[in-house]
Ligand binder design. Structure first.
Ligand code: GTP
Ligand code: MG
Length: 325
């Protein structure tokens, strides 16, 4: 069971408040602004968002293209409310879903007060996706801050060389070197964001951690387990929908979800031998949901073939994606 003081309970308290006064008084000179985290797939944007917010809001996996839509994470530092926007990785999209993901990422950057470009510093060179991002920001006349991430994996000399290579692009006002995984360098980054967001009233209650509805968050948790436990094309062929959410008097909740796949063969892989794979996915997802909700969860997963889910408008609307991007 979750400790009631757990930060996740703060999240729920934030979502469920019915007009109660916030726990902390609003400051005289509040600051509030959006900071978009953009970068190539796998740069560590979601890991960084979670680290900056202080709890898991956005799903993470070692595979590229894990994040499919914009995810808001709310961080409070002194009088500043920082609205971090995690975005899907930016790459050259081919399929409709990929185009919608990349469009959502650019929309996040366009709408933000600050853009932070993340780069996985353990890569040997600056990749084409990252170059494309920098070029497009430059063409739009936007400045950005550079976040060299995964510094736990490389030597300091390499970092300095990378920083000067990036400086030559001429759009970066600041450079930070961090490890979203170990927390190294995050204090400096946090303080900088806190002082750089514009003056203005907070847009969310200070104890709220995200704006994502519980049903979507629960679907994301299951989708993360699919990304962690399945390989090759299978996770990319899946989407998860929360079908029903029933709360019981004893405090438990029954969540039913459907995992849609595109082919029978993918369904067979997700089920696994004797149902072993789906069982393991379900257990992992349930444990995390229980943690986040702070109460017992009964999770029921169905796997259905829906060949064309990635061509259905409803799927895009549910995640705030542009079907025609
Ligand atoms: N060693 C190390 N690994 C990291 C760090 N930050 C992220 N990772 C790992 O990098 C992988 C990708 O992290 P994500 O946060 O999902 O990356 P992302 O940029 O959100 O990826 P997409 O959503 O696919 O665009 C995961 O396996 C993380 O654990 C870091 O600072 N150090
Ligand atoms: Mg991500």
């Amino acid at each position: 069971m979750t400790d009631p003081d757990d930060i996740v309970s703060r999240f729920l308290a934030g979502q469920d408040t019915d007009g109660d006064a916030p726990a902390r008084p609003a400051p005289v000179h509040p600051r509030c602004g959006f900071v978009a985290l953009v970068g190539a797939p796998n740069a560590g944007k979601s890991t960084l968002l979670n680290a900056l917010v202080g709890t898991k809001v956005s799903i993470v996996s070692p595979k590229v293209q894990t994040t499919r839509s914009r995810v808001l994470g709310i961080g409070m530092v002194a009088d500043s409310q920082i609205l971090y926007v995690d975005t899907p990785g930016i790459f050259t999209p081919k399929k409709r879903l990929e185009r919608a993901m990349v469009a959502a990422a650019w929309q996040g950057a366009t709408d933000a007060d600050q853009v932070a470009v993340l780069f996985d510093a353990s890569q040997r060179r600056i990749d084409d996706d990252t170059r494309g991002i920098v070029d497009r920001l430059k063409d739009a006349g936007r400045q950005a801050v550079l976040v060299l991430n995964k510094i736990d994996l490389i030597k300091r000399e390499r970092l300095l060389a990378l920083a000067s290579e990036f400086a030559a692009f001429g759009i970066f006002t600041e450079t930070f070197m961090v490890s979203a995984l170990t927390g190294d360098g995050l204090d400096t980054l946090l303080s900088w964001f806190a002082s750089s967001v514009p003056e203005g009233p907070w847009l969310y209650p200070p104890d709220q951690l995200s704006d994502m509805p519980e049903r979507l968050l629960a679907a994301e948790i299951t989708r993360e387990k699919l990304f962690l436990q399945l390989h090759q094309e299978v996770p990319y062929a899946t989407t998860v929908e929360t079908e029903s959410w029933e709360e019981f008097e004893n405090g438990s909740v029954r969540i039913a979800q459907v995992i849609y796949v595109q082919r029978d063969s993918q369904k067979a892989i997700i089920l696994g031998k004797g149902g072993s794979r789906i069982k393991s996915i379900s257990t992992a997802a349930r444990v995390e949901m229980q943690d986040f909700l702070g109460r017992p969860v009964h999770l029921v997963l169905f796997v259905k073939v829906r060949e064309n889910w990635a061509e259905e408008r409803d799927q895009y609307e549910a995640w705030g994606l542009d079907f025609n991007a």
